[in-house]
Design a binder for this molecule. Structure first.
Ligand code: KG4
Ligand code: ZN
Length: 359
């Protein structure tokens, strides 16, 4: 079972081929991140335009890498189905991937599988084999029950899977995703986008205990929130430079010393990560899963890995960092499971995007 996965929900145009939900045959990704960096975040119109230019070459590259030396017509003969992200994500961006997938499904006569992007992030952890250079995959597929933590720029969820396609959303952020909070704090501190790696780097030279920052307490026990923390970081930065809440946030960075910035970065990072790890630990103790898997760009955070290793009794096996950020392989992997479990296919003449698709 070989599935072509197509992913265009945000700023990565991505396509990949995966066999049997386990073996990575190719993984082509073209990011428009550099085009957004000047604006401190993803600009939806720029992302959609970049997808239009990139989608066909990226799909072709995924097929060529998966079936080297094969005539293009023969490459398609080996594909058993097409999986595409239809939500959640940016409307214009999703449209490009979905329209391409629909067109190929019709013209190449392949079954089409509509994939939820957030579920896809977790399925990157099912890849255990590849002959592609430069990948370090997990040794084994995760076992059920599986506790999944999705931490990305757009999503922050804790989900319990009893089996494939049998899951329960335990909790999620009530406002910003954790990656988004990193990106906004980076902007405040004058650090480059994406904020996760730049805040993490600066935090290394800071003292996480220099300032006291709040963790939100919510009624729903597995939900969490970052808006209070984000405001607390802004207020702290304003007071450190001797200004009050009226002082504009975009002028704060130039007045902070390097030491103040490093301490704020460290304090924010520690608190944001601890907020999520507290919930994972609670869910672990309540449901006693056989595996805990992490998906999404923030899974690359050394601070997250450190806190999980210190507090969770179960060691976590991570997938390759290239498969944590948005990619087509995670969509193709979940697509394989849709096909292998005989899940309904999508109608290539009518599949629509669902930008605010939930789990
Ligand atoms: O999964 P992803 O590529 O895109 C979405 O689906 O949103 O995640 C991107 C997010 C960004 O917010 C970025 O700041 C964050 O992941 N990120 C990190 C790290 N690398 C990327 N956050 C913390 N530490 C990192 N090393
Ligand atoms: Zn994502």
């Amino acid at each position: 079972m070989k599935i072509l996965g197509i992913e265009t929900s945000c700023d990565e145009t991505a396509a990949a081929v995966v066999e049997n939900g386990q073996k990575l045959l190719s993984n082509a990704v073209l990011s428009s991140m550099d085009l957004h960096a000047a604006y401190g975040g993803v600009v939806p119109e720029i992302a959609a335009r970049s997808h239009i230019e990139a989608i066909t070459p990226v799909i072709n590259q995924a097929l060529e890498t998966a079936f080297p030396g094969c005539h293009p017509g023969k490459q398609w003969e080996q594909i058993d189905g097409i999986a595409v992200t239809y939500g959640a994500g940016l409307g214009g961006s999703l449209l490009v991937g979905v329209m391409s997938a629909r067109t190929y499904a019709i013209t190449k006569n392949k079954p089409l599988y509509a994939i939820n992007h957030v579920e896809g992030h977790i399925y990157a952890n099912f890849l255990t084999e590849t002959s592609l250079p430069g990948y370090s995959l997990r040794a084994k597929q995760p076992e059920f029950p599986m506790l999944g933590l999705i931490v990305s720029g757009g999503h922050s969820q804790i989900v319990l899977w009893k089996n494939h396609f049998d899951y329960q959303l335990l909790g999620q952020t009530t406002d910003d995703a954790i990656g988004e909070a990193f990106d906004k704090v980076a902007k405040l501190l004058g650090l480059p986008y994406p904020g996760g790696p730049s805040v993490g780097k600066l935090a290394q030279s800071g003292d996480a205990k220099a300032y006291k920052l709040p963790k939100a307490k919510l009624k729903e026990k597995y939900n969490y929130s970052f808006s209070g923390l984000k405001t607390a970081v802004l207020r702290l930065a304003q007071s450190e430079i001797g200004e009050d809440h009226r002082f504009p946030s975009f002028k704060v960075a130039e007045r902070l010393s390097e030491a103040q910035k490093a301490n704020i970065a460290a304090g924010f990072q520690h608190t944001a990560v601890e907020t999520v790890v507290d919930k994972v630990l609670m869910a672990f103790e309540e449901f006693m899963p056989k595996s805990v898997v992490i998906g999404g760009g923030v899974a690359a955070s050394p601070e997250l890995r450190k806190q999980l290793a210190q507090r969770l009794p179960l060691p976590i096996d991570y997938t390759d960092p290239k498969l944590m950020t948005d990619n087509g392989a995670m969509i193709a992997t979940l697509g394989c499971f849709h096909a292998m479990h005989n899940k309904p296919t999508a109608d290539p003449y009518s599949l629509e995007i669902t930008p605010n698709l939930s789990m």
